[in-house]
Design a protein around this ligand. Structure first.
Ligand code: 5GP
Length: 204
């Protein structure tokens, strides 16, 4: 059996609480989080190299030319991208690598790495999403409105993902369980068991 890890792509509206759920998942030593690069300004409390690699636009564009990203996208006026080296090294080491990225980037990966696992995470309603965005208190009204409009568009892309997880208020444990259930189920497809199926008749 192959010991290569899984690439797990997680998308969902900004403010959906993905970070909290992924924080729980990343307590498992089998999982690592891919820190993205971005050209947006750090929010209060964000640390370079931990939450993002914060970069100038010119540096980001140089990295694009050097094929330094698995995928990248422009979101709300800034670049975001997944550095290629970290992901490949960890997959090779058998780790499940979690990417938390928006929809355009996820769809790029769907073309280039179709056997990745695609999970869409969202609060139970638009009203709840808006509440969470406002509670975060880190953005002005205009940014919140823009993020809500993007979220509306993203929701319609959820059908392109393998699994949808509702991160409901007060039910975070269930969302975490659903995540592990999705990873487990996705490993049982014929494609992911191909090596085992191939050796089936010769293993007696
Ligand atoms: P935020 O500014 O709220 O941290 O992130 C905005 C959006 O960018 C979120 O949907 C987040 O998942 C997404 N994002 C973060 N890193 C990446 C990345 O490397 N690539 C892409 N395509 N999107 C990303």
């Amino acid at each position: 059996m192959s010991s290569v890890g899984r690439l797990i792509v997680v998308s969902g509206p900004s403010g959906s609480g993905k970070g909290t759920i992924l924080g729980e998942i990343l307590k498992s030593p089998d999982y690592v989080y891919s820190v993205s690069a971005t050209t947006r300004q750090p929010r209060q409390g964000e640390i370079d190299g931990k939450h993002y690699f914060f970069m100038q636009k010119t540096e980001f564009e140089e990295r694009i030319l050097q094929n330094g990203f698995i995928e990248y996208a422009e979101y709300n006026g800034n670049y975001y991208g997944t550095p290629v080296d970290f992901v490949n090294a960890n997959l090779k080491n058998g780790k499940n690598v979690v990417l938390e990225i928006e929809v355009q980037g996820a769809m790029q990966i769907k073309k280039t790495i179709p056997d990745a696992l695609f999970i869409f995470m969202t609060p139970e309603s638009r009203t709840e999403l808006e509440k969470r965005l406002r509670l975060r208190g880190s953005e002005d009204e205009q940014t919140i409105k823009r993020r809500l409009a993007i979220a509306d568009r993203e929701l319609s892309s959820s059908l392109l993902y393998d699994y949808v997880i509702f991160n409901e208020k007060g039910k975070q444990e269930k969302a975490v369980e659903d995540f592990f259930a999705a990873v487990r189920a996705s490993a049982l497809t014929p494609l992911h068991q191909y090596d085992r199926l191939k050796t089936y008749f010769y293993n007696d």
